[in-house]
Ligand binder design. Sequence first.
Ligand SMILES: Cc1cc2nc3c(=O)[nH]c(=O)nc-3n(C[C@H](O)[C@H](O)[C@H](O)COP(=O)(O)OP(=O)(O)OC[C@H]3O[C@@H](n4cnc5c(N)ncnc54)[C@H](O)[C@@H]3O)c2cc1C
Length: 315
Amino acid sequence: MHYQDAPEQTAASSVAAGIVNPITGRRFVKSWRIDELLPEARALYGELASLLGVKLWHDLPLVRTLFNRGDENDWLARSADAGYATYLDDHPPLGRIPDITQPAFAYAGVRHSARVDVSLLVSTFRDLIAAENRLIARAVDYARLPQDYDRIIFCEGWRSRFNPYFAFLPSGGNKGEVLYVTTEQATLDRLFKHRVFLVPQAEHEYWVGATSQNNFTDDTPTPTARQYLTDRLREVLTVPFTVTDHRSAIRPTVRDRRMVIGRHPDQPRLYIFNGLGTKGASLAPLGSRWLLDLLEHGQDPPPEVDVRRWSAGAG
Ligand SMILES: Cc1cc2nc3c(=O)[nH]c(=O)nc-3n(C[C@H](O)[C@H](O)[C@H](O)COP(=O)(O)OP(=O)(O)OC[C@H]3O[C@@H](n4cnc5c(N)ncnc54)[C@H](O)[C@@H]3O)c2cc1C
């Protein structure tokens, strides 16, 4: 198998924090199929870690700020739901949070959360396939697809909107910007969600993000987002910090916010795996199993992720 990747393009995977968060949004809803996604993710990242000789999966509890009584009531209502019991922690240990952040109205904990080092995964995997001469480091020329492969699987992130073979997909894109920050004092020892996420990277470093913008003209960092993220950080941190980097990329989104997996409607050699949106770290392992089941056993993926939900009538 060969891989083709355009080295000059920014990949969402190289900017993502890799947060795996089973409970999301203001209403504290369980992420789609999270009970199936988690074991699949643990297993696959474990296998990849052995193959690549790096640690990819970091179990990290998540603490969320509850800003007011309304948030707290919503949280407690969820806590009463049996399907949520394994994920919610009403009295989470706060670790170093009180040492370096403003006190909050209340805190809530999410269990089975984690951080996947997605950018390390991509860079070490790239090194491996390059060393094996299996990496073609240039953009795919759609007018001249190679003829000597049985199958071509397009995993192009948000740029799949430029792929003429899958033009029938309602592909969007959502721009996200992040800051990398250091503090003199040791940083957090868990994931912390205030208005933005704080994600520990190393002893004195963390990732702060992210912004979310459906309308964008390019994928480069903007002063407005830098200011926004710095302001959010100033609201919560009680210790001085230094911004060491500011990065941005585009998330690959699809109108119905589900992955896109499957075979082209009338070009049986062409496949797609896309639409990982804001949750690639947790979705990709189960998604890739579904893709493999299709490639090896002809087994269709679940209809809600099958590319054919958009291709009816397309040719
Ligand atoms: C700021 C930010 C924060 C995020 N945080 C998280 C998070 O905490 N947790 C989480 O789960 N997800 C997060 N995400 C989302 C996550 O990054 C994506 O879901 C995931 O990385 C998408 O992976 P992908 O491989 O589909 O796309 P990408 O990572 O964008 O990769 C696409 C690749 O295709 C290549 N390519 C495209 N077109 C061509 C072509 N014509 N020829 C050759 N190569 C091509 C590109 O060069 C690129 O390398 C975040 C995203 C952003 C932007």
